[in-house]
Design a protein. Sequence first.
Length: 94
Amino acid sequence: MDESMQRKLRDLGRAVFEAISESSEVSEALDLIRAEGYALSMQLNCKKEPTEDPEEPAVRALPEAIPEFRIDGQDVTFLRSIGIDPTRRMRRRR
C-alpha cells in the first residue's frame, strides 16, 4: 500500500475515532473497558479491487434473491377489514 493511501487511512481512523469518542455513551464504555485493564485499538485496512477496465470502477451485481412472502392471521384479518380477501382465488384474465 502506498504512502498516500496509508495517510488517508490514518486520517479516516482519526476522524472515526473523534466522531465516536464525542458520544458520552461511547466514552463511558471505553472507560469501563480500560478500567478492566484492556488496551483498545482500532485498525482500518483496504485493498484495491480488480477492475475490468482501468478507467471504469468495478460494479458488482447483487445476487438475485427471491423474497420470502409470509402472511399471518392478523394480516388476513386486516386485509378483510379493508375489503380484500387474500384467500379468494384470482379470476383469469381473458
